[in-house]
Design a protein around this ligand. Structure first.
Ligand SMILES: Cc1cc2nc3c(=O)[nH]c(=O)nc-3n(C[C@H](O)[C@H](O)[C@H](O)COP(=O)(O)OP(=O)(O)OC[C@H]3O[C@@H](n4cnc5c(N)ncnc54)[C@H](O)[C@@H]3O)c2cc1C
Length: 464
């Protein structure tokens, strides 16, 4: 007889928890999952999915502007925020239902409650009287926005609140220039809000390739977004019609809303991990080994709560590997090399592999191939914006170590390029690949010259 109530108890019904719970149940385990907010987690409820829908919505303003030279005129263009956000919320509700039904179909018991650990095998629910025991516990509690400790920080909203706004402000100041800050800057600007990005560093998007960082900042400024680097926020004060944001150097700015996009922290506070003897890292993340096992043998953790690579596909991969390891007897580590990622700003970024700077720091001697050109569509539209493509190539092996794109559809292009890089493709193999014409991505397989000269291709400005 099983001495525990469940084979697996999952805390957190987000990307990682749902995948792990479903797979373990399909492999025959008796599984329960506790979710304190809504099944689907950050990605589905207040992250990737609703954000991408807002990105689509915000890009119509530039699409309408670009359409004029293609012969389209539209009188009386108006934007209605309640329509967009209402439809986004309806889609989120639908997905919440899909995730819930998927778990139920697999036989997972869903408990809509907060769960905390009481010991290595015991969990207590916030609204439950008795403790629940499980042979294995998976912590998949994700993360939450980090709100900086500033004077008046109670006035700050985070990405969470952006999905709940009843009306758009006339202006917004966004503190932080990481990917979430840059994405929301583009969303708000596209919807007609005056946007100021406040960043204490000297360029946006730390850790991305320098050409992408410079290119994005320049393009967003051209689109009217005020990006202020080397600007440290000191405090926020309520004033008529919004807030006054004070900077450390003494000046200030008025904004209708102020958003913090200053990073995220793992959800481990008050989770009882100390009672179970689980080791935590410097920012409170659960420390795990290559199989996502914590310092306690039967307690595992996946996703953002482990602060490895905080992306949905990574959480899902870790969850799949966990289920294989623990419930299918196949010890499966996760391979973190060549994870593609995007910034859904406007223009957008797609990137995979090493930045030029990281490659050099790691001791690679590299050749750089890059081109900045006006995509065909922009030539007719009259949009003065360049698309950037860059390959970082290891000189010794000819392997493509990094592929970085700024411009339309960068994310879609990089997802495909990631397959080649993952397979260890060389620059010579990129060159052997026939171009698909006319497309922007054909530039990736026609980059003949190191570093400087644009390769002439018919159908883009590079041909000029
Ligand atoms: C604005 C935004 C945009 C993003 N965009 C992208 C993107 O474009 N692409 C991408 O790949 N990633 C994106 N991410 C990151 C992505 O959402 C996360 O990496 C992913 O959701 C992590 O999954 P997870 O399972 O670790 O945690 P989560 O999805 O956060 O799930 C954790 C769940 O645990 C629940 N929980 C926490 N504590 C408890 C408890 N004690 N008891 C019960 N339940 C609990 C929470 O309510 C939550 O539902 C974005 C994130 C944000 C915030």
């Amino acid at each position: 007889m099983n001495k525990h109530d469940y084979d697996l108890f999952v805390i957190g019904g987000g990307s990682g928890g749902v995948r792990a719970g479903r797979l373990a149940a399909e492999l025959g385990a008796k599984v329960a999952i506790a979710e304190e907010y809504r099944v689907g987690g950050t990605c589905v409820i207040r992250g990737c999915v609703p954000k991408k829908l807002l990105v689509y919505g915000s890009r119509y303003s530039s699409a309408f502007a670009d359409a004029r030279n293609f012969g389209w005129t539209s009188e009386d263009l108006r934007f209605d925020w309640p329509t967009l956000i209402g439809n986004v919320r309806r889609e989120v509700d639908r997905l919440n239902g899909v995730y819930t039904r998927t778990l139920e179909k697999a036989g997972v018991r869903i408990i809509l409650d907060r769960a905390v650990l009481e010991g290595p095998h015991t969990v207590r629910l916030a609204n439950g009287a008795a403790s629940i025991s499980a042979k294995t516990i998976l912590v998949a509690t994700g993360g939450h926005p980090m709100i900086p400790k500033l004077r008046g920080s109670e006035h700050l909203i985070s990405s969470n609140e952006c999905f709940r706004l009843e009306r758009l402000p006339a202006s917004i100041a966004i503190v932080g220039a990481g990917y979430i800050g840059m994405e929301f800057a583009s969303i708000f600007a596209g919807l007609g809000v005056k946007v100021t990005v406040l960043h204490r560093g000297d360029q946006v998007l730390r850790n991305f390739d320098a050409d992408l960082r410079d290119g994005l900042a320049e393009a967003m400024r051209k689109r009217g977004i005020d990006i202020r680097t080397n600007t440290e926020t000191a405090g926020i004060e309520k004033e008529d019609g919004g807030y006054r944001v004070h900077f450390k150097r003494g000046d200030s700015l008025h904004a209708g809303l102020v958003m913090a996009a200053t990073g995220r922290l793992p959800n481990t506070m008050g989770l009882g991990l100390d009672k179970a003897g689980v080791d935590l890292g410097w920012n409170g993340h659960v420390v795990v080994d290559e199989f996502s096992r914590s310092s306690v043998d039967n307690i595992y953790a996946v996703g953002d709560v482990t602060d490895r690579v905080n992306l949905t596909p990574v959480a899902i991969h870790e969850a799949t590997a966990f289920a294989e390891t623990v419930f299918n007897d196949q010890a499966t580590p996760v391979d973190y090399a060549m994870i593609p990622t995007a910034v859904f700003s406007d223009p957008e970024i797609g990137t995979v592999g090493l930045s030029e700077e990281a490659a050099r720091e790691m001791g690679h001697v590299v050749d750089i191939y890059k081109i900045a050109f006006r995509p065909l569509k922009y030539t007719l539209a009259g949009r003065d914006e360049k698309m950037l493509m860059k390959l970082v190539v290891d000189m010794a092996t000819d392997k493509v170590l990094g592929c970085h794109i700024l411009g339309p559809d960068a994310a879609e292009i990089v997802q495909m390029a990631a397959i080649a890089l993952k397979m260890g493709a060389t620059k010579a193999q990129f060159d052997m690949t026939m171009a698909l014409h006319p497309s922007a991505s054909e530039e990736l397989v026609t980059l003949r010259h190191k570093w400087q000269a644009p390769t002439p291709m018919a159908g883009s400005d590079a041909a000029a």
